[in-house]
Design a binder for this molecule. Sequence first.
Ligand code: SF4
Length: 441
Amino acid sequence: MESKQSGNTMRTVSVISLGCPKNTVDSEKILGILGSRGYAISAIPEQSDFVIVNTCAFIKPAVKEAKQIISKLKKNKNKYGYKLIVTGCLPARDPWLIDIRDIDGITGPYNIDKLADILSGADEGKQLNANSYLKITNYCRIPRVISTFPHAYLKITEGCSNHCSYCTIPFIRGPLFSFPERDILKEAESLYDFGVKELIIVGHDITAYGQDRGKRNLCALLKKILKIGFRWVRLMYLHPAGITDELLELIEGNAQICKYLDIPLQHINPVILKKMNRPVFDYKKLIEDIRRAVPQIAIRTTFIVGFPGETDEIFEQLVDFVRIIKFDRIGAFIYYPEKDTRAFLFKNQVPFKIKKKRLFKLMNVQRMISKELAGSFVGKEIDVLVEKKKDDYLIGRTQMDAPDIDWTVRIYGKASIGDIVRVRITKSSPYCLTGSICMGN
Ligand code: SF4
């Protein structure tokens, strides 16, 4: 590889990817675009000619993190001699959030195909800005560089039309746009040919797939994806109102689909759900129905604490619900009033101190549940996908765990990255299992 250090002419680019797996796919596409235009890819920003920050901006802490990273990169620009480009959700949410001084180019998430021009402009001292909303109809056909092997994310939709009252995504990413089935399948095939073992299907709400084309048809798409032959296929970000009997039957009847569902419920109190513009129905029954239809299922959910109008009593209802249901995995977040959203103007905002206390309490309850659940695996054998090598052990995940957000397994024994091995669990802690590879693997 030729780099600025070697004095050769090939220009090097490095992408810092912030935020969720959907942004990870965008970052991989950015590298794919620039790689196909002759740029060499580097994992080390300080050694690159261009550093691109692919930002997240859906809540205040994400905006703060993006701004901090940009500001640090600005400070080091002269020392390392790179050009700095900002892309992703931050410019799309509000260009005024960015202090454009010392930035060499800007794009929104829908203009990543303009990045090569922006980099050339930066080389000539021009600060180009391409930040307008448009549907990227060829998204799945954009080349990409896989950064997460042995798993890879497959984005099947962009944007969201659900308009939950607290959420900035519909403003940042636009309305739901389902990518064409043929393109999705082609991209999935190329990921399979690359050797990907676990395909993770993502979108802001994957149950809505096809709605903008007249009919929701996630199951039909899934059946075609399954034919490609991935060892594991995982479904993430499913809106509770979009869980159908057909989907549950498909999950139960197919060994390739991970027995895992990520269903963000956000809350369970009807008054809060209504104010959130979320579906109001019996979530306890939903979980029971799912567990009856797919007995091995691990259910992950997310909750927002401190939404406007959440009294102590309502919060305790949520805690009781978590105690009773015993979710396999939970993520919880503090509610942040975000400008441009309806909830920003709601009365009865909850003081930040109380929100923090509630978050701590909820996660403590879940920690005890996780500890008990993890303990129940000791002595059992489970399949684990090997993802990393450490000094004298390996790190992997089960079908019950999505990357980065769920539990991991520390594995002793010999295996390669991408192997799925049978592991006997010998030890547990709340978010981690330990075990050895079974003989005969
Ligand atoms: S479904 Fe998710 S992405 Fe869509 S508006 Fe609601 S919270 Fe936002």
